[in-house]
Structures are given as structure tokens and as C-alpha cells.
Design a protein around this ligand. Structure first.
Ligand SMILES: C[S@@+](CC[C@H](N)C(=O)[O-])C[C@H]1O[C@@H](n2cnc3c(N)ncnc32)[C@H](O)[C@@H]1O
Length: 263
């Protein structure tokens, strides 16, 4: 990413570029008063928290119509790092739907992203389209497709489902701001909506290790499991829709007094 601005104005307040320990940038959001990534490394965190646990490389070559849903486009690190990882993988195909509230972030990412992939689509080629009333940034090649619908994810995901665009999702990058700052994207009702658009083999992954999030996932029909956390963080969570919850997780949830987040 070739960053030209140190600070820019979005629709939801200002954003400030911050370089993380792996020399890749993240943004601090004035509106949410939070960084988009761990300061220990934006790209390294994306690989660790999303690309590895959702098994993108293996599944993009073996599942037909492999589809990723990202909750929060941010500065495009999740989309870009995923496309870069798949660009040279023989037979990889992917559709990425990345939900975002602030269109100015997408416009900023289009200007500041120079990589041109060999096979996969690039953020710099996004075009504005109207998806039956939803403003969306989109581009595609023979191997990949990027769709970035603008609006509150709580509403857009349901509209996308009605349009037949959000369905059979194989991988979910649950990368909203923290449950404290961005609570509507961590509730039982939100995780139910995500389940309703998912393929039975879906894997959801998130950086959060909150017990309230584990309980919300559980109440929505997901089976959460602990994962190691990124650089110094004790834990993160991945979740699936089939299988049996580990005894360790059952014990943890029954011991924890916290309640699941609800709307
Ligand atoms: C942690 S950042 C995402 C970082 C991004 N995945 C990346 O790799 O660059 C969270 C993003 O969620 C977006 N967001 C917050 N609330 C939202 C909502 N209700 N609907 C859609 N997007 C939302 C924010 O604007 C922000 O860009």
C-alpha cells in the first residue's frame, strides 16, 4: 500500500494512518476511537486471525464458488492480503463480500492501493454500482470478485441475502470494532443473521476472546472454539456450524457469569 495521506476525513469522523510493527499501515478511527488492527502488525494479524483459521488457501481451490464475508472493510487489508495470498495459487477462485459503513474508506483504499494482481481483482479497479438500492463498489476478473456494499451491515446483509448475493458463505472475517465500541455487530441476532447466509461448512473467525461473544455465538447456533491469540493476546475465537463443542469450551461457558450480547 502506498500511503499518501497521514490523516483524512471520512463520513464518520477523521482517520489517522498508523504504521504497525510489521511496517504495514492501519487506521485509527475518530468516530469509534479505536485502531483497525493490532499495532503488532496489520497484515500479520490478518493472516493469523482470518486467512489461516478460515483455511482460505485450501478451500479456495477445492470449494466451488468459495465466498468470504468480511465484517468491516476498513482500509482494505483483509481483502488485499487475501487476494495477494491467492493470486499465485493454481486453481484458486474467490468471491469476497466486505461490508462497510463509511464509503470514504473505500475511496481512500482505491487511491492508496497500487498492487495489481496477476489473476485476482485489485481495489484500484473498483467501480461504483447500484445493487437494487445498495451503493456498492465492485470489480471482478475470471478468478475473483470483490463486492463492497455500503451501509449498516445489520441491514445490508439481509438485503444481500434477499438479492441472492449473500448466500453459502464459506468464511467469515468477523472484524468489526470491539464489542464495547461497536456492540451491534456482536449480538446473538447478528450472529443469527450470519448463520442464515452461511454454507454448512462455514468457518467464522475473530480476534475477540470475549466470553460474551462466545455465548452470543453459541446462542445463535455456532460452535465456538478457542484459538491462540495474535502476538501476546491469550486467545481468539473461531466457530463452525457442525460438530461438537469441546469439553473445555462447555466448562468455560458454564463457569462464566457474563451474558451474551443481545440487540
Ligand atoms: C476493525 S475495522 C475493519 C478492518 C478491516 N477488516 C481491514 O482489514 O482493513 C472495522 C470496520 O467496520 C466498519 N463498521 C463499523 N460498524 C459498521 C456497521 N454497522 N456496518 C458496516 N460496517 C461497520 C468500520 O467503519 C470499520 O471500517
Amino acid at each position: 500500500m502506498n500511503i499518501k495521506n497521514e490523516k483524512f476525513q471520512g463520513r464518520l469522523g477523521a482517520y489517522k494512518v498508523i504504521y504497525t510493527e510489521d511496517q504495514t499501515p492501519t487506521l485509527w478511527s475518530e468516530y469509534f476511537d479505536e485502531n483497525c488492527h493490532s499495532l503488532s502488525g496489520a497484515v500479520a494479524e490478518t493472516i493469523f486471525n482470518y486467512i489461516e483459521p478460515t483455511k482460505v488457501i485450501e478451500r479456495a481451490t477445492s470449494s466451488a464458488n468459495f465466498t468470504i464475508l468480511e465484517v468491516g472493510f476498513g482500509l482494505g487489508t483483509g481483502v488485499n492480503t487475501t487476494l495477494e495470498a491467492l493470486d499465485h495459487i493454481e486453481g484458486a477462485r474467490v468471491k469476497i463480500i466486505s461490508l462497510e459503513l463509511d464509503p470514504k474508506l473505500v475511496e481512500w483504499a482505491m487511491k492508496n492501493n497500487t498492487p495489481k494482481f496477476t489473476k485476482m481483482p485489485s481495489l484500484s479497479d473498483l467501480k461504483l454500482v447500484d445493487l437494487d438500492g445498495i451503493t456498492s463498489y465492485q470489480t471482478a476478473t475470471e478468478w475473483g470478485e470483490i463486492i463492497i456494499p455500503i451501509g449498516n451491515a445489520r441491514e445490508t446483509v439481509l438485503k444481500l441475502a434477499q438479492l441472492g448475493i449473500a448466500k453459502n458463505i464459506h468464511a467469515i472475517y468477523q472484524d468489526a470494532f470491539s464489542p464495547k465500541k461497536n456492540p451491534i455487530l456482536w449480538t446473538v441476532e447478528w450472529f443469527e443473521a450470519l448463520k442464515s447466509v452461511s454454507h454448512p461448512s462455514a468457518i467464522l473467525s475473530t480476534y475477540s476472546a470475549s466470553s460474551s461473544v462466545k455465548k452470543a455465538l453459541c446462542c445463535a447456533g455456532w460452535i465456538p472454539e478457542h484459538r491462540k491469540g495474535f502476538k501476546g493476546k491469550r486467545q481468539s475465537i473461531s466457530a463452525t456450524l457442525s460438530g461438537k463443542m469441546s469439553q473445555d469450551m462447555q466448562d468455560h461457558l458454564s463457569r462464566s457469569p457474563v451474558r451474551p450480547g443481545r440487540d
